[in-house]
Ligand binder design. Structure first.
Ligand SMILES: [Zn+2]
Length: 160
C-alpha cells in the first residue's frame, strides 16, 4: 500500500531498528515502546489485520522464534504478546519482553458489562462454548453484579 508507514518500512523507504527479517516478515523496535525491547512483527506484504495474513502459520513461527530469542537474551521467560490492531492499519504483533511495569488496562475507563448485555453478547458471539461458559451464561442471567468482571477468585466455586 502506497501511504502505509509499515509498507514503507518493509520497502526500506523509512528506516527502522530491525530485530528480524526474512523474505516475508520483518520485526523492528516500536518507536513509542511500552517497555524496553517492545518489538513489532509484521508481514512485509500489506494486510489490514493479522487474521488476514495468508501465511498465518509461518507468521506465528516467526513470532515464536523472536519471542524464544527474547526469552534467552533477556534471561526472562515473560514475553507478553499483543495483537491490538490499532495504531497503524497494517497487521502487526507486539512483543513485550519483561513487561512488569506495564499497566495494560490503564488505557481508559472500563465500562460496565451488565448481565443483559453479557447475555446478549454470549448469544451473539458464542462459537462453541464449553459447558462451563454456558453455565456461566445461565448464572449471569439470574444474577446482578455491578463490576465489569468478577475476579478469578470470585469465579472459583461458582461452577459445580
Ligand atoms: Zn502496509
Amino acid at each position: 500500500m502506497k501511504n502505509c508507514i509499515f509498507c514503507k518500512i518493509a520497502r526500506g523507504e523509512i528506516p527502522c531498528w530491525k530485530i528480524y527479517e526474512d523474505e516475508k516478515f520483518l520485526a523492528f523496535l516500536d518507536i513509542n515502546p511500552f517497555v524496553e525491547g517492545h518489538t513489532l512483527v509484521i508481514p512485509k506484504k500489506h494486510y489490514r489485520w493479522v487474521w488476514e495474513v495468508t501465511e498465518l502459520g509461518e507468521y506465528f513461527e516467526v513470532v515464536r522464534k523472536i519471542a524464544n530469542h527474547f526469552q534467552k537474551v533477556m534471561t526472562d521467560e515473560f514475553v507478553a504478546s499483543l495483537i491490538w490492531g490499532l495504531d497503524v492499519p497494517h497487521a502487526h504483533i507486539h512483543l513485550l519482553p519483561k513487561p512488569y511495569d506495564l499497566k495494560l488496562f490503564a488505557l481508559g475507563e472500563r465500562r460496565k458489562l451488565t448481565p443483559e448485555k453479557a447475555s446478549e453478547l454470549v448469544s451473539k458471539l458464542r462459537l462453541n462454548a464449553s459447558p462451563h461458559m454456558i453455565h456461566f451464561h445461565l448464572w449471569l442471567k439470574g444474577k446482578k453484579f455491578g463490576r465489569l468482571l468478577p475476579s478469578i477468585n470470585n469465579l472459583k466455586g461458582m461452577f459445580p
